[in-house]
Design a protein around this ligand. Structure first.
Ligand code: UDP
Length: 197
């Protein structure tokens, strides 16, 4: 099978390289619909058992990746192993490297203002071929959602990086999926803090 079942959720057996190639194909195709990637960690998979709304969001995502060695270990024990883990943080660094080569634009949504600004500076310095088209810290009120969606849409990034924590990032992306003018959106947990250093 092309999938491994993790707590009833089908996760495709993709390596990091294959995941990055998928993203590249989506960005090249310039399709209208936002491509939502969820890096599935054990906490989200667990929460899906009780939370039907969250499960619906995961089911509607365009791509799931196995975030966490626990997810990969469960698949091994079942005899239908996932090839490797693809965490939000590793995927973000992979996409920045690809963005550097392909001049992709990124919008950074989430983390503290300090970490968000610093992450944008680090990307400009270390991935100079990638473009930070816009950014917004993650401590905003729902009443600001409209302004933020409009800002993202004005910038039309190739990749919308959402570091609001899980499952807040997944809920936010899902809520605006049909309106966001970005090619790819991915929840990356606390990864902007790591990029910021
Ligand atoms: N965060 C945010 N807005 C919030 C809550 C959290 O931007 O309202 C950010 C926080 O600053 C951190 C990330 O979201 O950068 C959460 O990281 P965490 O490691 O807790 O997320 P997880 O790995 O559990 O998804």
């Amino acid at each position: 099978s092309a999938y491994s079942m993790i707590m009833g959720i089908p996760v495709p057996k993709l390596t990091m390289a294959e995941t990055a190639a998928n993203v590249q194909a989506v960005i090249r195709a310039r399709q209208d619909e936002l491509y939502h990637i969820v890096t599935l960690n054990p906490e989200i998979a667990m929460a899906c058992q009780q939370d039907r709304e969250l499960r619906g969001i995961i089911d509607e995502a365009d791509l799931l990746t196995a975030d966490g060695i626990g997810v990969v270990m469960v698949s091994r024990m079942r005899g239908n192993p996932l090839p490797e883990r693809v965490t939000g943080c590793d995927l973000l660094f992979e996409l920045l490297a690809a963005g550097q080569r392909n001049r992709w634009s990124f919008y950074l949504l989430g983390a503290s203002e300090e970490a968000n600004r610093r992450a944008a500076e680090v990307i400009a310095a270390q991935y100079s071929g990638a473009i930070v088209a816009g950014r917004q810290h993650g401590f905003f009120d729902a009443s600001e959602d409209e302004r933020i969606v409009a800002d993202i849409n004005a910038k039309q990034p190739d990749v919308l990086v959402v570091a609001l924590g899980a499952p807040k990032a997944e809920r936010w992306i899902h809520a605006y999926k049909h309106r966001l003018r970005a090619s790819v959106a991915v929840g990356v947990g606390g990864s902007l803090d790591i990029v910021a250093g």
